[in-house]
Design a protein around this ligand. Structure first.
Ligand SMILES: [Fe+2]
Ligand SMILES: [Fe+2]
Length: 273
């Protein structure tokens, strides 16, 4: 990141700050929801579901879970970078205070995934499209684009995935972690919606137009990311394709509805799949 991008923090913003009370409330909520990696049931529960059967079947299942964990580790590693950047460039003191909690959350999530992946045999294959998406957000020109992509869009769409993983891994460390992340990412998303609303209420037409243009550049990569499967989950991937496409449409529709609620002209968003 170019240091010229760093905003002058308004340490003493002064004036009427009542519009930012919502952002401060999310700071307080985030502090109350804070937990530690040592709170996970490391000694009481297996890291991932245990199976009976042939050695080959067990190995295949293990590879599948490793790849699930690898994808989440990758996502949270990138989230650390994005949250750090938001903290660095947000000019509003309330938002800066809130972002200190998000940086800590994303670091803690990464720490938990690193420990879990080590317990299941090490990292697997990386999703190249997820790296591309994160870089598009990190390189976006405006704070509005970054908050919209990271918090409004990505944070929202990860939540049903965590619920799905938790449902298929009952009684494991993985389930416990996914339940915690559902709460944390719910806060990340809602605080982002709150901040995006304030930013976009004050944004000029040029900034809003850029946000829509960025969404159009991002969506095709997002589609590739959503349909991508590592080798370890190729077969499941083929079986899941219809579900994937349905979820993908829901995710994009949701993003469009949220953009609309911010007064953005989403008629210009092109859906190409
Ligand atoms: Fe996270
Ligand atoms: Fe998050």
């Amino acid at each position: 990141m170019d240091t010229e991008q760093l905003a002058e923090p308004q340490a003493d913003a002064g004036g009427d700050r009542s519009a930012y009370e919502g952002v401060l409330r999310y700071y307080e909520l985030a502090k109350r929801a804070e937990w530690q990696v040592r709170d996970l049931p490391w000694d009481e529960a297996p890291p991932i579901p245990e199976y009976k059967g042939t050695a080959q079947k067990i190995a295949r299942r293990n590879d599948m879970w490793r790849s699930v964990i690898t994808q989440q580790l990758q996502a949270d590693e990138l989230a650390v970078e994005m949250a750090t950047q938001l903290f660095a460039i947000a000019p509003d003191p309330e938002a800066r205070l809130y972002y200190t909690t998000m940086v800590q959350d994303e670091s803690r999530h990464t720490e938990a995934w690193l420990k879990l992946v080590a317990e299941t045999g090490g990292v697997g294959e990386r999703d190249p499209y997820l790296d591309d998406l994160a870089h598009m957000t990190l390189e976006a020109d405006t704070l509005e684009e970054k908050v919209f992509q990271m918090q409004v869009f990505y944070e929202r769409l990860i939540i049903p995935r965590f619920r799905m993983i938790a449902r298929s891994s009952r009684g494991t460390v993985l389930e416990d972690l996914c339940n915690r992340l559902t709460v944390d990412d719910g806060i990340h998303h809602r605080s982002g919606v709150e901040y995006a609303r304030i930013l976009l209420a004050n944004a000029d037409e040029k900034t809003k137009k850029k946000l829509i243009e960025a969404a159009n550049r991002l969506l095709p990569v997002f589609v590739q990311h959503a349909l991508w499967r590592p080798k370890a989950r190729e077969v499941v991937g083929r079986l899941m394709r219809e579900t994937d496409i349905r979820l993908l449409r829901e995710d994009i529709d949701n993003g469009v509805r949220l953009a609309q609620s911010f007064g953005l002209d989403v008629g210009e968003v092109e859906l190409t799949f």
